[in-house]
Design a protein around this ligand. Structure first.
Ligand SMILES: [Zn+2]
Length: 134
Protein backbone atom coordinates (compact mmCIF):
# COMPACT_ATOMS: atom_id res chain seq x y z
CA UNK A 1 0.00 0.00 0.00
CA UNK A 2 2.75 2.44 0.94
CA UNK A 3 4.58 1.39 -2.20
CA UNK A 4 1.56 2.36 -4.23
CA UNK A 5 1.40 5.70 -2.45
CA UNK A 6 5.07 6.33 -3.16
CA UNK A 7 4.64 5.44 -6.79
CA UNK A 8 1.60 7.68 -7.01
CA UNK A 9 3.40 10.66 -5.44
CA UNK A 10 6.27 10.12 -7.89
CA UNK A 11 3.71 10.04 -10.69
CA UNK A 12 2.25 13.35 -9.49
CA UNK A 13 5.59 15.20 -9.62
CA UNK A 14 5.30 18.10 -12.06
CA UNK A 15 1.57 17.58 -12.39
CA UNK A 16 -1.08 20.04 -11.37
CA UNK A 17 -3.03 18.11 -8.70
CA UNK A 18 -6.33 18.97 -7.08
CA UNK A 19 -7.73 22.47 -6.68
CA UNK A 20 -11.06 24.08 -5.92
CA UNK A 21 -12.32 23.62 -9.48
CA UNK A 22 -11.48 19.91 -9.54
CA UNK A 23 -13.19 19.41 -6.18
CA UNK A 24 -16.24 21.16 -7.62
CA UNK A 25 -16.12 18.99 -10.75
CA UNK A 26 -15.89 15.79 -8.69
CA UNK A 27 -18.75 16.96 -6.47
CA UNK A 28 -20.81 17.73 -9.56
CA UNK A 29 -19.93 14.31 -11.01
CA UNK A 30 -21.26 12.58 -7.89
CA UNK A 31 -24.37 14.75 -7.98
CA UNK A 32 -24.93 13.65 -11.60
CA UNK A 33 -24.38 10.00 -10.68
CA UNK A 34 -27.02 10.31 -7.95
CA UNK A 35 -29.32 12.20 -10.33
CA UNK A 36 -28.75 9.41 -12.87
CA UNK A 37 -30.39 6.94 -10.47
CA UNK A 38 -33.61 8.96 -10.65
CA UNK A 39 -33.37 10.35 -14.17
CA UNK A 40 -32.97 7.37 -16.40
CA UNK A 41 -31.33 9.16 -19.28
CA UNK A 42 -27.96 8.09 -20.56
CA UNK A 43 -27.09 11.74 -21.20
CA UNK A 44 -26.75 12.17 -17.43
CA UNK A 45 -24.28 9.27 -17.35
CA UNK A 46 -22.37 10.68 -20.31
CA UNK A 47 -22.17 14.09 -18.62
CA UNK A 48 -20.95 12.47 -15.38
CA UNK A 49 -18.32 10.46 -17.24
CA UNK A 50 -17.22 13.55 -19.15
CA UNK A 51 -16.84 15.58 -15.95
CA UNK A 52 -14.92 12.77 -14.26
CA UNK A 53 -12.52 12.48 -17.20
CA UNK A 54 -12.17 16.26 -17.25
CA UNK A 55 -11.35 16.49 -13.54
CA UNK A 56 -8.75 13.70 -13.81
CA UNK A 57 -7.30 15.30 -16.91
CA UNK A 58 -6.89 18.57 -14.98
CA UNK A 59 -5.32 16.88 -11.95
CA UNK A 60 -2.77 14.94 -14.00
CA UNK A 61 -2.07 17.80 -16.36
CA UNK A 62 1.47 19.12 -16.69
CA UNK A 63 0.28 22.48 -18.01
CA UNK A 64 0.17 24.03 -14.55
CA UNK A 65 -0.15 27.65 -15.70
CA UNK A 66 -3.21 26.93 -17.81
CA UNK A 67 -4.90 24.90 -15.04
CA UNK A 68 -4.13 27.62 -12.52
CA UNK A 69 -5.75 30.17 -14.81
CA UNK A 70 -8.86 28.00 -15.16
CA UNK A 71 -9.11 27.72 -11.40
CA UNK A 72 -8.77 31.48 -11.01
CA UNK A 73 -11.58 31.99 -13.49
CA UNK A 74 -13.71 29.45 -11.62
CA UNK A 75 -13.05 31.14 -8.28
CA UNK A 76 -14.07 34.51 -9.69
CA UNK A 77 -17.33 33.07 -11.04
CA UNK A 78 -18.12 31.13 -7.86
CA UNK A 79 -17.47 34.27 -5.81
CA UNK A 80 -19.94 36.21 -7.93
CA UNK A 81 -22.54 33.44 -7.68
CA UNK A 82 -22.26 33.18 -3.87
CA UNK A 83 -22.45 36.97 -3.57
CA UNK A 84 -25.59 36.94 -5.70
CA UNK A 85 -27.25 34.36 -3.43
CA UNK A 86 -26.10 36.16 -0.30
CA UNK A 87 -27.74 39.33 -1.60
CA UNK A 88 -30.99 37.49 -2.27
CA UNK A 89 -30.93 35.81 1.12
CA UNK A 90 -30.43 39.21 2.72
CA UNK A 91 -33.34 40.66 0.75
CA UNK A 92 -35.53 37.72 1.74
CA UNK A 93 -34.67 38.12 5.44
CA UNK A 94 -35.41 41.82 5.21
CA UNK A 95 -38.76 41.05 3.66
CA UNK A 96 -39.62 38.70 6.51
CA UNK A 97 -38.56 41.11 9.24
CA UNK A 98 -39.62 44.42 7.77
CA UNK A 99 -42.45 46.05 5.91
CA UNK A 100 -41.54 48.59 3.30
CA UNK A 101 -44.03 51.45 3.21
CA UNK A 102 -44.17 54.42 0.95
CA UNK A 103 -44.77 57.82 2.46
CA UNK A 104 -48.22 58.98 1.22
CA UNK A 105 -47.08 62.54 0.57
CA UNK A 106 -43.59 62.23 -0.91
CA UNK A 107 -43.22 58.56 -1.89
CA UNK A 108 -40.11 57.98 0.24
CA UNK A 109 -39.67 54.29 1.07
CA UNK A 110 -39.62 53.61 4.82
CA UNK A 111 -38.66 50.32 6.47
CA UNK A 112 -40.82 49.28 9.45
CA UNK A 113 -40.16 46.17 11.57
CA UNK A 114 -43.00 43.64 11.41
CA UNK A 115 -45.24 42.49 14.25
CA UNK A 116 -45.43 45.68 16.29
CA UNK A 117 -49.15 46.36 15.78
CA UNK A 118 -50.31 49.78 14.66
CA UNK A 119 -47.46 52.24 14.57
CA UNK A 120 -47.09 55.88 13.76
CA UNK A 121 -44.56 56.26 10.98
CA UNK A 122 -42.56 59.40 10.71
CA UNK A 123 -41.20 60.21 7.28
CA UNK A 124 -37.59 61.37 7.57
CA UNK A 125 -37.79 63.22 4.28
CA UNK A 126 -40.91 65.38 4.57
CA UNK A 127 -41.78 64.90 8.28
CA UNK A 128 -45.28 63.56 7.55
CA UNK A 129 -46.70 61.21 10.18
CA UNK A 130 -49.00 58.38 9.18
CA UNK A 131 -50.44 55.30 10.90
CA UNK A 132 -49.65 51.86 9.52
CA UNK A 133 -50.09 48.29 10.68
CA UNK A 134 -46.69 46.69 10.95
ZN1 LIG B 1 -42.53 61.81 3.11
Amino acid sequence: MSQFRERFSRFMIGRYGADKLSRFLIGFTFALIVAGIFIRSYWVDIAALFLMVLSYFRMFSRNIGKRFEENQKFERISFRVTEFFKKWRFKFQQMRQYHIYKCPSCGQKIRIPRGKGKVSVHCPKCSTDFIKKS
